[in-house]
Design a protein around this ligand. Structure first.
Ligand code: AMP
Length: 281
């Protein structure tokens, strides 16, 4: 596996692969890789001749009071995991190569509306940080496809919209959420949980699944029903940021005729913010 921080080296490798007609699949990450990330890389390997993973803890997507400084950084372990599954190139850009000071003078890529609701409402500026850096990475890697996890479903829709609007010739592939045995969605942030909180954490997904069953069994008034499930979460020790039923296509509040829905939630256990979602077809 080639490991590089150099944009020049990355570009030279990409050029060589493209010259010999090879296709490239790209997996952007913030590192601290778990099996969820590795499932994306495996999907990438099944989708193209070459795979590129990037590892960049993106300062633009963290708010001033968020966990940028303490976000887990495990570069050596990440390298081993990727090398073991035969990833072709690991790109670890330097912050100063992607973001010039002063930060506010940098070009922004902003996907309106979709970026302003749900996680975007609670984390102002978060998705602008994501879309700006993913756009830069798309320009650097120039992949044929890019793989993202359903776990961050709002992010998926934003990246798809950005890709269409900026006409990147890149196919966006979405893979299912990888879970622990008890249903908790794998996440780098799970390691912030105390043993007590870790025991409670799977209740987030279990609650979404219960709500999904209730919606499937009875047609019901959506906002009333979410209140009931918010209460269940609060009673179990979560501080609920949001629990919403939205259209799967564009995260709009559903109408009586909406068919494809997604239930999305964000909830805190202590200082740790967990997110999850399930589809209802
Ligand atoms: P992150 O490193 O958290 O920015 O995530 C990088 C990519 O991995 C994103 O596309 C995430 O949606 C995806 N991802 C994170 N956790 C999981 C998971 N449990 N299952 C599948 N994909 C995931």
């Amino acid at each position: 596996m080639i490991v590089t921080s150099s944009i020049q080296t990355l570009r030279a490798e990409i050029r060589a692969w493209k010259k010999s007609g090879e296709t490239i699949a790209f997996v952007p990450t913030m590192g601290n890789l778990h099996d969820g990330h590795l499932s994306l890389v495996k999907k990438a390997q099944a989708s193209a001749d070459r795979t590129v993973v990037s590892l960049f803890v993106n300062p633009l997507q963290f708010g001033p009071n968020e966990d940028f400084a303490r976000y887990p950084r495990t570069v050596e372990e990440d390298k081993k995991k990727l090398s073991n599954i035969n990833n072709n190139l690991l790109f670890i850009p330097n912050v100063t190569d992607l973001i010039e000071e002063p930060i506010d003078s940098n070009t922004k890529v902003l996907v309106p509306n979709l970026s302003d609701v749900l996680c975007g409402a609670s984390r102002p500026g978060h998705f602008y940080g994501v879309s700006t850096i993913v756009a830069k990475l798309f320009n650097l890697v120039q992949p044929d496809s890019a793989i993202f996890g359903q776990k961050d479903y709002q992010q998926v829709l934003i990246i798809k919209k950005m890709t269409r609007d900026l006409q990147f010739p890149i196919k966006i592939i979405v893979t299912p959420t990888h879970r622990e045995a008890d249903g908790l969605a794998m996440s780098s942030r799970n390691q912030y949980l105390t043993p007590e909180q870790r025991k409670i954490a799977p209740i987030l997904w279990q609650t979404l699944e219960m709500l999904k069953r209730e919606i499937k069994e009875n047609s019901c008034i959506f906002n009333k029903i979410t209140d009931k499930y918010k209460e269940i979460l609060e009673k179990n020790g979560f501080n609920v940021d949001y629990l919403e039923i939205r259209t799967k296509k564009d995260l709009q509040p559903p109408t009586d005729t909406s068919k494809e829905l997604v239930i999305l939630a964000a909830a805190f256990l202590g200082r740790t913010r967990l997110i999850d979602n399930v589809f209802i077809n």
